[in-house]
Design a protein around this ligand. Structure first.
Ligand SMILES: *[C@@H]1O[C@H](CO)[C@@H](O)[C@H](O)[C@H]1NC(C)=O
Ligand SMILES: *[C@@H]1O[C@H](CO)[C@@H](O)[C@H](O)[C@H]1NC(C)=O
Ligand SMILES: *[C@@H]1O[C@H](CO)[C@@H](O)[C@H](O)[C@H]1NC(C)=O
Ligand SMILES: *[C@@H]1O[C@H](CO)[C@@H](O)[C@H](O)[C@H]1NC(C)=O
Ligand SMILES: [Cu+2]
Length: 373
């Protein structure tokens, strides 16, 4: 995400309606020159610094002590875990509900802000464009294991069984996903990153169960992943494009995005999770425990944003769905007035907002657009 400057660029076209001073005209010409120069020569800094700074910032937030009291989550050891705890505690009320996309938008925003204010992040929260890398997610710059990646796709563990999508516990394993390229602990910059919480939903082979039933006890272990081409195939360009163009109301858009498991359809949200594998893929309570989560959900937020922007008048303020997970038990439709909370620990810095506040990325607490550069 690139903020402000891009918004200004995007809005420059409409400035003509206002009084334009002579030097403003020079500024507009200057901006066009910058755009041409970027098109020809790229950005002056190749991005390595930005990537290393991002990795430093997430390592920093993972070292800072948690503010979550142990009475709430005895396994929460880091400031990063504060984010996982709020996701775990709210899982049933922020997925397959009307507030799914607005809540996750606010969640990503808060994460980025905290990385900036507490851990020196200088750039922005990047997104992982699944469609670009669907043929070989393990070759993507995000997961190639290099020093500017967030680690590899996991050390290969042979002889594994398929994984159940979306899970085997509640849904009876409608989709069988073959083993991916990893299965074990990741290598690279986050090789020593400790997951403290979970798992909750799934039992990955070799993973110790959490000592507490709510998954919030202390259970230190590595990040494991299992990058999957088969899952990534479900996020190829065609899937993203048909989602944006083929589903005109929010409910059908969101349902399609989240998958249709009885019909063996992943949806890009589920497919993106299972592309990563490990906790990020298979445990939808504890999925933010892998920093890859935030790159995947950045893309989810981007796809919603692209969808909204195709017809702002009709789409920007649409919500779809109710206030219970898959409307079970049946409940009322969500509304723009419904409150989004990041929970008691984060609420001091990120006060409750409403769905309505989160419908535009240049309104409410936000000021960003997605830049493809
Ligand atoms: C894979 O899992 C199924 C049950 O889900 C089981 O019947 C089968 O034996 C397993 N195969 C291996 C190789 O473990
Ligand atoms: C992980 O820890 C080991 C042992 O302390 C150390 O040798 C290694 O450099 C660390 N790796 C990273 C990526 O921090
Ligand atoms: C709830 O929303 C759906 C569309 O998302 C709509 O068809 C239905 O009429 C709404 N129900 C009520 C009670 O407003
Ligand atoms: C924020 O929202 C949550 C959930 O609705 C609520 O429990 C909490 O009291 C709210 N906080 C404030 C300051 O209103
Ligand atoms: Cu989530």
């Amino acid at each position: 995400m690139r903020f402000l400057t891009t918004v200004a660029t995007a809005l420059a076209g409409s400035v003509t309606a206002l009084k334009v001073l002579e030097h403003d005209k020079l500024a507009i010409i200057g901006l066009q020159n910058v755009a041409k120069d970027v098109a020809k020569n790229g950005y002056p800094s190749p991005g390595t610094y930005e990537k290393l700074n991002y990795i430093d910032a997430i390592k920093c937030i993972h070292k800072k002590p948690a503010l979550t009291p142990s009475a709430i989550a005895s396994g929460a050891k880091s400031r990063y875990d504060d984010f996982i705890v709020t996701h775990v505690l709210q899982t049933w009320s922020v997925h397959a509900t009307a507030n799914f996309l607005p809540w996750h938008r606010y969640y990503l925003f808060a994460y980025e802000q905290l990385l900036r204010t507490e851990c020196g992040l200088k750039g922005y929260l990047p997104y992982y464009n699944w469609a670009w890398w669907h043929e070989a997610p393990d070759k993507s710059p995000l997961y190639d294991g290099s020093e500017t990646s967030i680690g590899s796709g996991g050390t290969y563990v042979p002889g594994r069984n398929y994984t159940c999508v979306p899970n085997e516990v509640k849904s009876g394993c409608p989709i069988h996903l073959p083993p991916g390229v990893g299965g074990g602990c990741i290598t690279g910059p986050l090789a020593n990153w400790t997951l403290n919480l979970g798992p909750l939903l799934t039992m990955l082979p070799g993973v110790k169960p959490n000592p507490q039933e709510d998954g919030l006890g202390y259970n230190p272990r590595c990040i494991s992943r299992d990058l999957s081409k088969e899952a990534a195939y479900e996020t190829r360009d065609e899937m993203v494009t048909s989602l944006i163009t083929g589903y005109n109301d929010m409910l059908s858009f969101q349902n399609r995005m989240q998958g249709d498991f009885p019909n063996k359809f992943f949806g890009v949200h589920t497919a993106g999770h299972f592309t990563i594998g490990g906790d990020a893929g298979t445990d939808f309570f504890n999925s933010p425990s892998d920093p890859g989560f935030f790159f995947h959900h950045g893309m989810i937020d981007r796809v919603w944003w692209i969808w909204q922007n195709q017809d702002l008048e009709k789409r920007r303020n649409q919500l779809g769905g109710t206030i219970t997970f898959n409307d079970n038990p049946p409940s009322r439709n969500g509304t723009l007035e419904d409150v989004l909370t990041l929970g008691s620990i984060l609420e001091g810095e990120f006060p409750n907002i409403t769905n309505g506040d989160a419908m535009s990325t240049i309104g409410g607490p936000f000021c960003y657009v997605y830049d493809d550069a």
